[in-house]
Design a protein around this ligand. Structure first.
Ligand code: PEP
Ligand code: MG
Length: 755
């Protein structure tokens, strides 16, 4: 009787020898299929490889007609082989011809073989081809034979992935692994980037597939699993995490998977069949991923990501992979691919090398996107499947204008984009030429164009863009990127530096806006069901007066002898402003008592982000020196759409009547109260929406630095009087018909306003 466990081991040993021999690829593949057939006592063993045109081509066979090699082909989804590739699932059939998907290929002479066992050749859950064994007699292949064939398929996956089969691919054809793919996503930040893929969660490529001794590998796996479990328990027990909702859920899921006996058993089985511990982890990961990729249930898909993350952690344990070793090969033109990412993680990348960011999730006003936009890089979000389709180092084009990502683009497309980049550069040149041009509209209105910032690295853009100042300085970014709470002195020297670099142009500092999607690692609040409506921004500041007073003191000291402009985020009631003023007064007294020089002028403002303020406009304006509309949050609360949830965040238009009417009421209140009103949300960054803002009366807006040029170009060609007339009428007239957006577009076109 055959020794069942020795079978696959012997086979893998032979395959390892074959892989090491200096053979031509066809010869190697031929010998591999012969080995498999012999070892599995099969009359046929064949390899089909998926080409970039979606066709599975016979690359080698033992037992079928040899003349059919490179000729016999099946489309993805066609026949048994096509079904296996499309579903990424094995088929074990005692009577292949009776299967509804069976398709007879006369050139192969396979009609005499009844039993059929086919497995997908997988890599990172993607089908690269199919490996088949066949027998004349009707029989069912055993579970261990299926497992052995799947393990063997990994060796072939490695051959395909290393590009070895390229040499025996017919001219003009390409393998699927190198297939160009275009992914349609959403445009989150404009710009074109040409570069190379950097996977944010690097996929570890296992090259050491076959083991010398199973017992050693089983022990390695057990040790790695042990450390993994300890590290998860450790993370869970940390105080700051134990409070937090979502993060905790993920860790709990990790823990569940890490103790899952089924998972461990499947990995051990793969080791017994001859794989190294890391190859076993990868095999089970790939199988599971392939199966789960087709799930449509979002909850289960999310769990698949969790499982994938966990398997990657285990791989890192086993291979000693560290992010530093990944950083060494960081390309000059990097386009980072991630499922999701926090703002701080993006800031960890060397900024000068970043050309773009591709996110599978995300939403246009989420924090990481705001930071990416501030960095001036192209961002495409909702790029489904991007991470699985790309490999580290693949050439890629990100088109942030159209929301497209082209992985491994064909030469023509590459050329077309190179042209587009040149054109863009020319346009940028034109915008730069506008830097010193006064932003005055055709009918003589001087518009104040300011930029948004939050980090020191943003400051050079002030001079480069020609902005009038910084209309929104998000102080929380400094907190978000540090691992511990910045001390008072650190804050003070940071603000002083900002003012110095601004070189006399005004800077509006916004006090800490943490909470909601702005997570600060060392400051954990309690789990909240609706964090956007929860304990955040000024609410948190008022409940932690020590934190706020430290910041106010730092601001006052940093601006000593100069002008200090500051504003409060997320104000809901005017009384909150008064409360902060009182704290401010105390700080002023404190500072004077110790002989420090005070700012020579203090301008105190509030952000208008919560709809409740719309019914306190006059009281609000009586209380402050200026108002700045945070349209990102005001829109989210006014329309009841979560700005971080892509499913709804774009459902309603910021240029729709309801929102524009709200904004117009604010402008009118400003005029009535003689209070300066500005707007610093993302809608100021798009020429078309900026045009609408001017049309309803805004004369000051603050935007991402890269938007200054395009917005200035727009307003230089705009006659506000003309636009106002049509826009105001359209806002009063609610007869359905033309949308305000269309009307604005038409106006721009008719009057040659570049939007
Ligand atoms: C806003 O809400 O519009 C805003 C400018 O603040 P943030 O985007 O930082 O919440
Ligand atoms: Mg806000």
């Amino acid at each position: 009787m055959r020794d069942l466990s020795a079978g696959p081991r012997v086979l893998l040993k032979r395959l390892r020898e074959l892989m090491a021999e200096p053979l031509e690829p066809q010869e190697r593949l031929d010998r591999i299929v012969r080995q498999i057939a012999n070892n599995m006592v099969a009359e046929v063993c064949s390899v089909y490889v998926l080409r970039s045109d979606g066709v599975l081509e016979l690359y080698a066979t033992e037992g079928l007609n040899k003349d059919a090699v490179h000729l016999a082909q099946l489309k993805m989804g066609q026949g048994l082989v096509g079904t296996i590739a499309a579903s990424a699932q094995s088929l074990n059939l005692s009577d292949a011809q009776a299967h509804p998907a069976f398709r007879y290929l006369p050139e192969t002479g396979e009609e005499i073989y009844h039993s059929f066992l086919g497995v997908p050749i997988l890599r990172a859950g993607r089908s690269l081809g199919v490996l088949v064994v066949q027998n004349k007699a009707q029989r069912n292949y055993r579970e261990d034979e299926l497992e052995a064939l799947e393990t063997t398929a990994m060796v072939i996956a490695e051959m395909i992935a290393t590009g070895e089969l390229k040499k025996i691919t017919r001219p003009g054809l390409e393998l699927d692994l190198t297939r160009p793919v275009s992914i349609d996503g959403d445009s989150y930040s404009e710009g074109i980037g040409l570069g190379y893929v950097v996977l944010h969660e690097p996929r570890i490529v296992v090259t050491n597939l076959l083991n010398e001794d199973s017992e050693t590998e089983i022990r390695r796996l057990a040790t790695a699993l042990g450390s993994l479990r300890i590290s998860i328990d450790d993370m869970l027990s940390r105080r700051e995490i134990s409070m937090e909702g979502e993060h905790r859920d993920v860790l709990e899921t990790y823990r569940m998977f890490a103790h899952d006996q089924g998972w461990v058993r499947r990995m051990e089985e793969a080791i017994h069949n001859g794989l190294t511990a890391e190859a076993a982890v990868e095999k089970v990961q790939s199988d599971t991923k392939a199966r789960m990729m087709r799930l449509t249930d979002p909850y289960l898909r999310e769990r698949m990501h969790d499982f994938d993350d966990l398997a990657n952690r285990l791989l890192r344990q086993l291979t000693g992979f560290s992010p530093q070793s990944a950083a060494e090969g960081f390309p000059n033109d990097a386009i980072v691919f991630a499922r999701a990412m926090g703002a701080a993680e993006l800031l960890d990348y060397p900024r000068e090398n970043l050309r773009g960011l591709v996110l599978e999730d995300g939403a246009v006003t989420s924090h990481v996107v705001i930071v990416a936009r501030a960095m001036g890089i192209a961002v495409v979000g909702q790029a489904t499947g991007a991470v699985a389709l790309a490999e580290n180092g693949d050439p890629v084009i990100i088109d942030g204008d159209d929301g497209k990502v082209h992985v491994r683009p064909v030469a023509d497309l590459q050329k077309a984009y190179e042209e587009k980049v040149k054109l863009r550069a020319k346009r940028q040149e034109q915008f730069r030429a506008l830097r010193d041009v006064e932003p005055v509209t055709k009918d003589g209105h001087r518009i104040k164009l300011q930029m948004n910032a939050g980090l020191l690295v943003d400051l050079p853009q002030l001079a480069d863009s020609g902005a009038d100042g910084i209309g929104l300085f998000r102080t929380e970014l400094q907190f978000m990127i540090s691992s511990t709470m910045p001390k008072g002195e650190e804050q003070e020297s940071f603000y002083r530096n900002v003012l110095k670099q601004a070189g006399g142009r005004p800077v509006t500092f916004r006090t800490l806006d943490i909470g909601g999607d702005k997570v600060v690692p060392y400051f954990r609040a309690q789990e909240e069901e609706n964090p956007a409506l929860g304990w955040r921004a000024i609410r948190l500041s008022l409940d932690r007066p020590g934190l706020l007073r430290t910041q106010l003191r730092a601001l006052l000291k940093a601006a000593s002898g100069a002008e200090l402009k500051m504003m409060l985020p997320m104000v809901t009631e005017v009384s909150e402003i008064r409360a902060v003023r009182e704290l401010m007064q105390k700080e002023i007294q404190h500072i004077s008592k110790f002989g420090h020089q005070l700012p020579k002028k203090l301008q105190f403002g509030a952000m208008l982000e919560v709809p409740a303020l719309l019914w306190q406009l006059d009281e609000l304006m009586d209380e402050v020196d200026f108002v700045s509309v945070g349209s990102n949050d005001l829109f989210q609360f006014a329309m009841a759409v979560d700005r971080g949830n892509a499913r709804v965040s774009d459902r309603f238009d910021v240029l729709g009547r309801p929102f524009l009417r709200i904004l117009r009421d604010i402008v009118r209140a400003g005029e009535r109260n003689k209070t300066p009103v500005t707007l610093c949300g993302e809608m100021a960054s798009k020429p078309l929406s900026a045009m609408a803002l001017l049309g309803i009366g805004f004369r000051s807006i603050s935007m991402s630095p890269t938007a200054i040029g395009p917005v200035k170009a727009m307003l230089l060609g705009l006659d506000i009087g003309q636009l106002s007339e049509v826009l105001m009428a359209a806002l009063d007239d609610d007869t359905p018909g033309v949308s305000v957006r269309d009307l604005l577009l038409r106006h721009a076109e008719e009057h040659n306003v570049p939007v």
